[in-house]
Every structure is written in structure tokens, then in C-alpha cells.
Design a protein around this ligand. Structure first.
Ligand code: URA
Length: 436
């Protein structure tokens, strides 16, 4: 054996930096099962306390990226663009951005995840369309991007397997919460997915992984730095996740809101995010473009119906029925549709996004464990957002459920999620910072 794992743990405990060679040994040994969980756990805990240098974080990422399959997108002409969100409540952004950007001729090749806990995953939302295939072959993925500029697929089993194993260990050893570990975990999967340009949407706030702006900035710049070192074009947008995004939370309900948005009727906060991320994605693809021109192109793609048509094509080429896009409300099958009354007059001060996400989960719209089966039709539609005025007779939200008991529990969660104020409230800006 080239190194002793004991020595590497000792080194990190003393806050010393590991070499590229040592990191490669560590990642490959652990992936192959030659290094046991208890030693890897000790190492990860030492990283939580002592951090990693930029060089170490980069090498840790590269070693995880190279631990399994890597998608080669080089046969597709043009700058292939990917986006990634660190996860939020009501985050249906990919459903709108992917066809919007693709409709402008920029190839979008995106690997997405499933939801776990209070945040939803794009792959689950797309499965609201009967027949839609997220497990398409690499060949179909590549040919769809070549021909239609768009493909969204679930991560293959063998994408960054080192990260999969390490993440599962971090989850049960209280070692998730470390910026170099989070940044390398996310970036190893993004880099293995093969895009030339990556736009990161780093959520900040009560409903996000990162509750604090300074921490989120550190995470964003660490990921941007890793991507640059790996010769990718990078941008990170820090965005507000103090309240759910848009109004809808739940799979089919979010798809409905995404379709409305593609038709030009999206919620204000959501469209602000779409235009900000969309602009950055177009700038990654074409550095001669200005922000103003990019935004104009995006608005035109929506008002002309081009983005909507691309979404229909996308659903069709991945096995769904494009006419479901025109009649999406027919797919909603909830036996209880119940309004949540306002119990206060004044202004909405806060909406705890995490609580709204949990309400949707209780209704059956999310997973507590990987094996849970999702009810596509359930969820919550908010009617009042932060800053809105509320009167006693107003409904603050509507709950969609298929089980009376869970509807009652969700009702309590939604009521708890809201706080009100007698004084007017100004909502936080959606875009907090852009890191390039
Ligand atoms: N998401 C990931 O993929 N990895 C992390 O470490 C945290 C969030």
C-alpha cells in the first residue's frame, strides 16, 4: 500500500494539506472498499474542523469526478450549458429554463436529481407526464441535444460513485456541513456531466441548505473556482430562498406553474429568477452578448411561444404526450382541495419555506426515504407571499390532497409557516449577488 490511511487522518487532524497523490489514494481506496467507513469518517470529520486548501478541494473534486463514468458531449456542436440549483422549495426553474435556453439554440444537457426531504427534484416533477422517460440512454441523450438542443436525464448509477458513497457516509456522521465537502460533491457530478458552461443557483435563506449569505458566498466562490480550474466557464447566482419560489409546491402543481410561466404568466419572483439565470446562461454560451440583449432574447422566446413549443417537443422526445402540456390540469387528481383561511389582518411578514415543503411531503408529494412513492397531484398553492396584504376573509393558500388526515396536518403546517405583521413588509430581493 502506497500510504497508510492512519497517516492521512493524522495529517488532516494537524491541519496539513494532503497532496494530489494522497487524495487520489484516499478516494480510490474508499470507492473500492479498501478503506473502511470508520477511517473515512474520521478523515471527513477532520475536514469539517480544519477545512481544505483550494488545491486540495480541487483535487478531491477531480478524484471523485474520475471515479466513474464521464459524459463526453464533444460530439455536440456549440457551448453546452448546464445549470444546478442547491435546492429549494417550489423550485421548478429547470422546467422553464431548459426549454427557454434551448429554444434560443443553446444546447442544454442536464443531469438532474430526485427530491429527498422537503425539497423537490426536477426528475420527479417531469414524471408528472405519463410516459416521460428520465432514464434515457446516453445515445438518446446525445442525439436529443444535437437535434433539439435539450435533454434532461436522471443521473446514471455510475456518475461520480465516490461521491455517492462519501455523501451517504457524511449523511450519517454529521459531516455534510463543510464547504469544501459540499462544493466538491456538487462539482464532481457537474463536471462528470460534461457541460462546457455551468450556471449555479445557490439558494440562501430559511428554505435552503445555506441559511447565511456569507457562507453561501463562500460555497459559491469555491464551486466557481473548482469549475474554472477544470476549464469550464462558470457563474454562480446567489438567490433568496426565505419563502417558496412562486406559488406552487408539489409535482403536478409546479409543472402547471412552469407551463403558465412558459406562456408568459409566471409569478413575479419566479420570472425574475428565470431572467437572471437565463441571462447568465446565455452569456456563458456567447461572451459577445450583453445582458440587455440576452434578457430581450429570453423575453421574446416566451412571448413568441418559441419556449413553450420547445417544452412540448422536449416532453415528446422523452416519451411523454405533448398534448398533456396543453391540458396539464387534467392530470391533477386530488380528492381534497381545501383553502387555508387567514387568521390575521395585515401583511405577510415571513413564510417558512421549509415548513411549506414539509406540508407537501406530509401530503405525499415528497420522500422521507428513497423508497417512498410520490403522489404527483398533491401539494400546496400559496395565494399570499411576503409583503402581500391579508384580510380575515382571504385564503392564504389552497391544499391539494388525497387523504383527509394528511390534509389536516398540512393545514396546521401551512398556518405555522406564515407570520404576519401590522406594518408593511418589503420582500427581500430575489437576486442577492452574482459571482463570476
Ligand atoms: N448536494 C450535494 O450533491 N452534495 C452535498 O454535499 C450537498 C448537497
Amino acid at each position: 500500500m502506497k500510504y497508510q490511511m492512519y497517516d492521512l487522518i493524522e495529517k488532516k487532524k494537524r491541519s496539513e494539506a494532503l497532496t494530489k497523490d494522497e487524495i487520489e489514494y484516499l478516494i480510490s481506496g474508499y470507492t473500492k472498499g479498501e478503506i473502511p467507513d470508520y477511517q473515512m469518517s474520521a478523515f471527513l470529520m477532520a475536514v469539517c474542523f480544519n477545512g481544505m486548501t483550494d488545491e486540495e478541494t480541487y483535487e478531491f473534486t477531480m478524484a471523485m469526478e474520475h471515479s466513474g463514468d464521464e459524459l463526453d458531449l464533444s460530439s455536440i456542436p456549440g457551448m453546452k450549458i448546464d445549470k444546478h440549483s442547491t435546492g429549494g422549495v417550489g423550485d421548478k426553474t429547470t422546467l422553464v429554463l431548459a426549454p427557454l435556453i434551448a429554444s434560443l439554440g443553446v444546447p442544454v444537457a442536464k443531469m438532474s436529481g430526485r427530491g429527498l426531504g422537503h425539497t423537490g427534484g426536477t426528475i420527479d416533477k417531469l414524471e408528472a407526464f405519463p410516459g416521460f422517460q428520465t432514464g434515457i440512454s446516453e445515445e438518446t441523450f446525445l442525439s436529443n441535444v444535437k437535434e433539439h438542443h435539450i435533454a434532461v436525464a436522471g443521473q446514471t448509477k455510475n456518475l461520480a460513485p465516490a461521491d455517492k458513497k462519501i455523501y451517504a457516509l457524511r449523511d450519517i456522521t454529521a459531516t455534510v456541513n463543510s464547504i469544501p465537502l459540499i462544493a466538491s460533491s456538487i462539482m464532481s457530478k457537474k463536471l462528470a456531466s460534461g457541460a462546457d458552461g455551468i450556471c449555479l443557483d445557490v439558494k440562501v435563506g430559511s428554505g435552503a441548505f445555506m441559511k447565511d449569505l456569507e457562507e453561501a458566498k463562500k460555497l459559491a466562490s469555491t464551486m466557481v473556482d473548482i469549475g474554472r480550474r477544470a476549464n469550464r466557464k462558470m457563474v454562480a447566482v446567489l438567490t433568496n430562498m426565505d419563502e417558496p419560489l412562486g406559488f406552487a409546491v408539489g409535482n403536478t402543481l409546479e409543472v402547471m406553474e412552469a407551463i403558465d410561466s412558459l406562456k408568459g404568466n409566471g409569478p413575479k419572483d419566479f420570472m425574475e429568477l428565470i431572467y437572471a439565470l437565463g441571462t447568465e446562461m446565455l452569456l456563458l454560451a456567447d461572451e459577445d452578448l450583453t445582458s440587455e440583449k440576452a434578457k430581450e432574447l429570453l423575453k421574446d422566446a416566451i412571448s413568441s411561444g418559441k419556449a413553450y413549443d420547445t417544452f412540448k417537443t422536449f416532453i415528446e422526445i422523452q416519451g411523454g404526450n405533448p398534448s398533456d402540456v396543453d391540458h396539464i390540469e387534467d392530470l391533477l387528481d386530488a380528492s381534497f382541495v381545501v383553502k387555508v383561511p387567514a387568521e390575521f389582518e395585515g401583511y405577510v411578514k415571513e413564510i417558512q419555506a421549509e415548513e411549506v415543503g414539509r406540508a407537501s411531503m406530509i401530503l405525499g408529494g415528497g420522500r422521507a426515504t428513497k423508497e417512498d412513492v410520490i403522489d404527483m397531484s398533491v401539494g400546496v398553492v400559496l395565494h399570499k407571499k411576503v409583503g402581500d396584504t391579508v384580510k380575515k376573509e382571504d385564503a392564504i393558500a389552497t391544499i391539494y390532497g388525497n387523504n383527509k388526515e394528511s390534509v389536516d396536518l398540512a393545514m396546521e403546517k401551512i398556518k405555522d409557516a406564515y407570520t404576519f405583521s401590522k406594518e408593511a413588509v418589503t420582500p427581500k430581493p430575489m437576486i442577492l449577488e452574482i459571482i463570476k
